[in-house]
Design a protein around this ligand. Structure first.
Ligand SMILES: Cc1ncc(COP(=O)(O)O)c(C=O)c1O
Length: 372
């Protein structure tokens, strides 16, 4: 309630980004919104409500708990759980009509038994591992065994078949997908041939949907671009959906030789003005940004000085004599004509925009701007 930092999520940007992808793919191709991990930090329910109101009928989560939360909140769209189905979550997933990911005959056996016991149908998507090396069946023999198990399972219904690309955001100099990704596509088609061809197929994530829209199959799975960070260059005007602000709580003059923060990693070599901002790694502001990153204050970029603390961060405002306690610092977003994106924070923190966005901790209040 009184926190001096907050994130502001522009649900209109989420809707806009979703609609960009709908236009990007061929008519009839479904766009599944990937809302796992609290919608990459943007608020799972708010994002799910926004995209379903915009016509999206397919959501993806990672674990059954996320799907149960959406069902409890009244979401009726299809929900695919992309993690592997387990015996322990089978009953809940079937009862809540979550679509489960399968690739082993034994899973089909226990889902079939559980669904029969409940008098229900277990919805499943078959996962093919074509080169990601994570989960999914990998050989023609495994495909035949799964197809056989499915043929004998009266209480299991296959509503999709899919794979995931390992390197789709890595393009050749000509802007084409790599040979590795092309091989994954060939492998997908070869393994898919062991199943009923009428089963809707999906493979593309954000990068693949933009780099190779022809490989969309029946549906694409849109994650990071929904939040405004397309992983490959594109002419489409995706909008960043999340802004992160914090307040300056204290400003002081620092004399040459004085040091700032834990470990004394920054020492002033000239007279400076240093501001303390009410945000730290306890809020998800990555500690690797210490002495490397920037924030926006008064429409200008200012350097982070010293180590980021758990709850506070110091910045150099020597060039901004008017800055006082109460001034706004922007960690992610635009101020005046300057902008900092989650991808820039990611470069300072030696990670990816995905992690920067979803690392923002629960104690940071979220403010939602509604979709128009
Ligand atoms: C299986 C699967 N599909 C789709 C996505 C969405 O990918 P992106 O956020 O790059 O669009 C993910 C994200 O990790 C995933 O694991």
């Amino acid at each position: 309630m009184f926190r001096q930092t907050q994130i502001v999520i522009d649900l209109d940007a989420v809707k806009h980004n979703y609609q960009l992808m709908v236009v990007q793919v061929q008519p009839g191709v479904r766009v599944m919104a990937v809302v796992k991990a609290n919608a990459y930090g943007h608020g799972m329910l708010e994002v799910a409500r926004t995209v379903t109101a915009a016509g999206c009928g397919d959501l993806a989560v990672a674990i059954p708990e996320e799907g149960v939360f959406l069902r409890d909140s009244g979401i009726t769209a299809n929900i695919l759980v992309m993690g592997a189905a387990t015996e322990i979550t089978a009953e809940t997933a079937i009862r809540r009509e979550l679509t489960q990911t399968v690739f082993e005959p034994d899973t089909i056996r226990f889902l079939d038994e559980e669904a029969e016991r409940l008098g229900m149908i277990a919805l499943v998507h078959v996962k093919l591992d074509t080169g990601m090396g994570r989960i999914g069946l990998r050989t023609e023999g495994e495909a035949d065994a799964l197809a056989l198990a499915l043929a004998g399972a009266k209480h299991v219904k296959v509503t999709g078949i899919y794979t995931h690309f390992a390197d789709a955001d890595h393009l050749t100099e000509q802007g084409d997908i790599t040979d590795y990704t092309k091989k994954q596509l060939q492998c997908f088609d070869a393994l898919r041939a062991h199943f009923d061809p009428s089963i809707p197929a999906h493979a593309a994530n954000s990068a693949m949907s933009l780099a190779a829209p022809q490989a969309a199959y029946a549906m694409i799975r849109e994650g990071i671009s929904l939040y405004g960070y397309p992983p490959v260059s594109t002419k489409l005007d995706f909008r960043h959906a999340l802004r992160w602000e914090a307040e300056v709580v204290y400003v002081k003059d620092v004399a040459p030789g004085e040091s700032i923060g834990y470990g004394c990693t920054f020492t002033a070599d000239k007279p400076m003005r240093v501001a303390t901002v009410a945000v730290g790694y306890g809020d998800g502001y990555h500690r690797l940004i210490s002495n490397r990153g920037q924030m926006l204050v008064g429409g200008k970029r200012v350097n982070v000085v010293g180590r980021i603390c758990m709850d506070q961060t110091m910045i150099d405002v020597s060039d901004l004599p008017d800055v006082q306690a109460g001034a706004q610092a922007v960690l992610i977003g635009t101020q005046g004509s300057e902008s900092i994106g989650a991808d820039e924070l990611a470069s300072w923190a030696e990670t990816i925009s995905y992690e920067v966005l979803l690392a923002i901790t629960a104690r940071v209040p979220r403010v939602y701007l509604p979709a128009k």
